[in-house]
Design a binder for this molecule. Structure first.
Ligand SMILES: C[S@@+](CC[C@H](N)C(=O)[O-])C[C@H]1O[C@@H](n2cnc3c(N)ncnc32)[C@H](O)[C@@H]1O
Length: 258
């Protein structure tokens, strides 16, 4: 029997599956998946098995080298169902479960874990980090990708234009305070739109929770959008896009000893 979803994603699952499709949305394809694969740095000689937490409809699984085994977990039954509709080798598995709760996985410890574009949908990141740690081998890597927590805070950050100096700048209204922010999946539908919820925490909270859960941070990367503007404002838009990253990636490693 399927458990009820702890997130609002069950309701927007159809829309999300359609916008991601088989190969991913624009940023999955252009930035996220290629860079995540580099950070995962799979071994050619040893066996690799990935635990993909909040896997959505499993887009990462469809970009993995054929020798890498994969276990995707997501709370939204509609997205797990969608994930299973794609063709998969038999070393890919999916489970509907809440990743903030104990996971009933009968699987040997994983060599890698991922959490892609989902941290900001989770109220209790520490519980997820502890779960990841529990299911990883000592020394295993954990790759987290999130909307940049300093510059891309929903409703509390925005582009502004300094007309006098012809500069597009980023305005940040709040950062240090934890926030729970409702997001409309389809802004054009107004109040009729399905909603998801975004949780904001400052970067230091993620670092502290990773440490508490038994990880060190090896690397932080910041990835800018590769889109290019045209027209009269192109110069300032392109410059500001290169100055304010869209995504942050954290490469964490399970401590050998807690
Ligand atoms: C933006 S989607 C990202 C999905 C996928 N990683 C991708 O890149 O396409 C966020 C996902 O987080 C999942 N999620 C949020 N909270 C969760 C929880 N507590 N347990 C499991 N999945 C959760 C949602 O169901 C949704 O699929």
């Amino acid at each position: 029997m399927k458990r009820s979803s702890p997130t609002s994603w069950q309701k927007v699952g159809k829309w999300y599956n359609e916008s991601v499709g088989e190969t991913g949305h624009y940023y999955h394809q252009s930035i996220i998946i290629p860079n995540v694969l580099k950070l995962l740095n799979f071994s050619e000689s040893l066996s690799n098995c990935v635990l993909d937490l909040a896997c959505g409809q499993g887009v990462l699984s469809r970009h993995l080298p054929p020798h890498v085994s994969y276990f995707g977990v997501d709370a939204a039954a509609s997205l797990i169902d969608a994930a299973k509709q794609y063709r998969h080798p038999n070393i890919h598995q999916f489970l509907q479960a809440d990743i903030t709760q104990k996971l009933l996985l009968k699987h040997p410890p994983f060599t890698h874990a991922t959490l892609i574009l989902a941290l900001q949908n989770i109220e209790n990141p520490l519980a997820v980090f502890k779960n990841a740690n529990h299911h990883l081998q000592p020394g295993a890597s954990f790759v987290i990708v999130l909307n940049h927590p300093c510059f891309r805070i929903p409703r509390q950050s925005s582009w502004k234009i300094d007309e006098e100096n012809k500069i597009q700048y980023r305005r940040i209204d709040r950062y240090m305070s934890p926030m729970k922010i409702p997001i409309q999946a389809h802004p054009s539908k107004g109040k009729q739109s399905a909603q998801s919820v975004s949780f904001h925490y400052p970067l230091a909270d993620f670092s502290r929770w990773l440490n508490e859960a038994g990880f060190t941070i090896d690397l932080i990367e910041e990835w800018c959008s590769d889109k290019v503007s045209e027209g009269g404002a192109a110069k300032m838009e392109n410059r500001s896009r290169q100055e304010f990253p869209l995504f942050m990636a954290l490469l964490a490693r399970k401590k050998e000893r807690l």
